[in-house]
Design a protein around this ligand. Sequence first.
Ligand SMILES: *Cc1c(COP(=O)(O)O)cnc(C)c1O
Length: 864
Amino acid sequence: MRAIRRFTVRTVLPEPLAALAELASNLRWSWHRPTLELFASLSPARWEAARRDPVAMLGSFSPEELLTLAEDEQFVARVDEAARDLHAYLTQDRWYQSLDAELAAENREPAPRSIAYFSPEFGITAVLPQYSGGLGILAGDHLKSASDLGVPIVGVGLLYQFGYFEQSLTRDGWQREDYPVLDPDELPISLLREADGSPAEVTVTLAGGRPLVAHVWKAQVGRVPLLLLDSDHEANDEPARAVTDRLYGGTPEHRLHQEILLGVGGVRALRLWSRLTGAPQPEVYHTNEGHAGFLGLERISELTGTGLTFEEALETVRAATVFTTHTPVPAGIDRFARELIMSHFGPEGAGLPGLSVDQVLALGAETYPGGDPAVFNMAVMGLRLAQRANGVSQLHGAVSREMFEGLWPGFDAPEIPITSITNGVHAPTWVDSRMIELAERHIGPQIRTEAKAWEEIAKVPADELWATRRQLRSALVTEARRRMRGSWLKRGASNAELGWIDGILDPDVLTIGFARRVPSYKRLTLMLRDPERLRDLLLHPDRPVQLVIAGKSHPADETGKRLIQQMVRFADEAGVRHRIVFLPNYDIAMAQALYPGCDVWLNNPLRPFEACGTSGMKSALNGGLNLSVLDGWWDEWFDGENGWAIPTADGVEDANYRDDLEAAGLYDLLENEVAPRFYERDTDGLPQRWLSMVRHTFASLGPKVLASRMVADYVRQLYLPAATAGRAITPDRARDLAAFKGRVRLAWPDVRVEHVDSSGLSDSPQVGDAMSVRAVVYLDGLNPSDVEVQVVHGRVSPQDLITDFVVQDLRWAGAADNEPAEGRHVFEGHLKLRRTGPFGYTVRVLPRHEGLAAPAELGLVTNA
Ligand SMILES: *Cc1c(COP(=O)(O)O)cnc(C)c1O
């Protein structure tokens, strides 16, 4: 029978247990072990049945059972204790508050009072499945660490009715997708309401002036509120209701609607949030990947309503906006047809007041060589709307500077204003409690809060470390068998056929994990390049390895699904199925068992397409060793002893041949380095050399891979300067900066370096010698104070290119009054030769203004 209507009856907790509701609704439980244990202890069976979801589990208790529980004084005391702990966590001063004190002591401006963090997905816990992969998990870890550090962030995202899909397999290994409906009333979120109790709303406008109305839900992530917009609203027609149906679903138009709701609606939700709660307005806006970029348009529109021009509003918005790019893979970058943007922001749609469609289109135009004139690029818009931008590892920063170089013509990649902050992971979420307890016993409680405490890992005795590693491996074996049985039952097998599953995997065999989304650059099947060789590794008589594999393919990606099928068919073979498993439905819950249980974490992307990668960091924090291509974070922190680098065949054009080479490198490492070291035991049965690598991994990577390090980096390197710039840019200064940019752009084509003299060097210059440089520059109508004239010097290549250069400003020395025309100026200065070898220099002119954050910001430069 089908219900004609559904609604959810909320649990009413007796007064002595009232605090349980708060503990269940603040998602801090998802990383706070004592609170998790409190819920689990209520009834371990129901806890598992409710898939470790406190809200669902409380709902499974009858009023009578709850009354009985309320009489259990011991339990009530534990609830009170947990509630007190939560309140202390929510109100005590933390790192950010001490940073503020530090800034005040140095007479510097205070840190921003509020920072908005926009992301299309958030992976916080398995019970709030609003993520598809790394981007979402990272956003979740960002919020959690911000909460731990006391950083006043407000998250902004969408609430997807079906979340991301659940993956299962058909009999022959083809991916199946299921989209269970998520009932918001059963999720750990609450609806924002007006003072009179009616649901609060946000409205945005789509093509043709159609309104799209959304509810706003709030998830509480420790101290951090996360606002989620939901278009499943009675006022919308069916297509409008479906805008937030699923992550990354459907047509380009569907995605555009989602992104308009996220960006434009998200800013409106923040205004609503401040109005309802008195929370301060954000001083900094962080756009996590291009999808959320329309937030900048809405803010420009707001500002033009206060009397600023478009250009002035743009400067104001840029000053306080941070943009993070997350992928160098072209397919990962969001692009729309221009027509689609025109129909939504043009005159036939209501558009946004204060912005013409041409102004919008210009922001996303690919105006560089190779750009597509028919396309609107969200990453490009993100870079134009933010004065500060970053990639997510050092290598990715460098790759991004090259990739977007064309937006700053005239500048070489090193000066492109895109910096990098390497991702990190939230340790309390990802480190298994057994590992953290072991470390705590020997190192002390500071292991939970002080990154550097990992450097003391040597205090943990080898036998105990090894025993814990075995425990974790063994737990994974049990979990993998359970999941495999579930998977085979779904694939149509009966329990009677599945006896073999109790014998798969072995808690004493070297265990290698590989789990990730399945876009082709991640090369799920690289290990299958030479199936015979893989088989030999799995079945080695003395030094076998076993593989645990997982990953979802995007529903529309047939190639990815074929890769999964290829993998599954291999793993299904009777001869190897005890040593290699594919576990369907990779999600946070699986990940939390998978990373700790693996001895080695394998990653073999096509370099340099993995912007950062974070799964290997989670493995490292549990004592796993990384075996990875030198891409993303591993390129930066592999030190020769904390794991292994799979050699890459960069530059080999033939993709097949390159895969062959890299796969062979992988097999060689496994056979000759990894497995021998794992199985080499001393007289006590301990793999001492292996354990010293594990220890070195903890000590060298432990302090670096933490999301608390990452969030502190964002605060110091990007949020503080953005807040300062945002405060400085009053309407008058915005006017001044916009006018400056206009003036400079107009004059620039005529600006030139007319003449450069140098003097003071002998015929055979040596290190330490000084030379004087004098340049005559034509500035058209610009003032000498509008420009910076610089001498750029350094090593020169045989082609006369200056590499590895140093930049030095020249001083204005007056108008060149003996020259015939006006607008000529002399700039001069001295420079010292600091290095031997071929040396070269040139002189260049750049715009200068105190409102600029980087020399290349305007993309204007004139070289001699
Ligand atoms: C960490 C994590 C990811 C991201 O891992 P990458 O190394 O960036 O591919 C994806 N999915 C889940 C469930 C994760 O926990």
